[in-house]
Design a protein around this ligand. Structure first.
Ligand SMILES: [Zn+2]
Length: 284
């Protein structure tokens, strides 16, 4: 079985506020250990956490070797103050603040830098991404600082223009990448960056009644077509479920994402996903 290149140990797939509250007074081994055991039992031996400001991913990394799991974490994820991501990560107002956060990641032996550079899909309105994205100049400066400190950059990025700007700014992995157009997919394939499309975060919402299914299936269809197109162009793609996101459960989410990847990529799926994971393991 493949590893999962995008999970959030702090979240539970049910309700983020309760999940985060559980770890607020100190991380909970009674929550983290069963999840690690379940991943190991499924043969999932590599996990890359997308970060949290509550220490859950960091604690999981400390425990993971007991379960035979290689665990990578940015410690906490980050976003510009006022933009999407503050519910789970740390915020910065200035480049100086950001440098201090990067220094803290280094001190806590974080494995890479995780940045949110856009919002998420508005699942009620096709084509709409919430929150204002970072500009090219902002991304360039933030990514350069991370690279200068020896860190790879994992970026949460949705929207064709945002993905293009992130790639031009030197991002190392694009997370989600919803609404890419042909140009963005082509740039991604040429860039050497790894794409983690997190198909299951959308697929598992279909039929839940919270959002219109026609919007969800349109988003998912485009994303699956883009996965196939990116692979055909020689792009790097890795399996990541965003486990902990709404209706994406730890362990099962990885299995679900793999099934969706096989649907999108056909018989070449295993070769493509193995290559993507290899790059993630080396760079992050
Ligand atoms: Zn995530």
């Amino acid at each position: 079985m493949f590893g999962d290149c995008h999970i959030h140990m702090v979240l539970d797939g049910v309700y983020y506020k309760d999940a985060i509250a559980a770890h607020r007074a100190g991380t909970r081994d009674d929550i983290i250990r069963p999840r690690l055991a379940d991943y190991a039992a499924r043969g999932i031996t590599f996990l890359r956490d997308g970060g949290d400001a509550f220490g859950a991913g960091e604690r999981a990394r400390a425990l993971a070797p007991e379960y035979g799991i290689t665990y990578r974490t940015p410690t906490f994820n980050m976003c510009l103050n006022g933009r999407y991501g503050a519910f789970i990560g740390r915020t910065f107002d200035t480049v100086g603040d950001y440098r201090a956060l990067v220094a803290e990641v280094k001190k806590r032996k974080g494995d890479f830098i995780k940045l949110m550079v856009s919002g998420i899909m508005d699942f009620d309105r096709y084509g709409v991404v919430t929150s204002e994205p970072l500009t090219y100049a902002q991304m360039r400066e933030l990514f350069d600082i991370a690279h200068g400190e020896g860190f790879a950059v994992m970026a949460h990025a949705n929207g064709a223009d945002t993905v293009k700007r992130a790639l031009e700014a030197g991002v190392d992995s694009v997370e989600h990448g919803a609404y890419m157009d042909d140009e963005a997919v082509g740039m991604l394939a040429d860039s050497g960056a790894v794409w983690v499309p997190t198909l299951v975060t959308v697929a598992n919402l279909v039929g839940c009644g919270r959002y219109p299914d026609d919007v969800l299936t349109r988003i998912l269809d485009l994303q699956m077509r883009n996965v196939a197109r990116c692979a055909a162009l020689g792009g790097r793609i890795a399996l990541g479920s965003d486990a902990g996101a709404y209706r994406v459960f730890h362990g099962q989410g990885t299995v679900d994402e793999y099934a969706l990847m096989k649907r999108a990529l056909g018989e070449k799926a295993d070769i493509i996903l193995a290559e993507g994971e290899k790059v993630i393991r080396e760079k992050f």
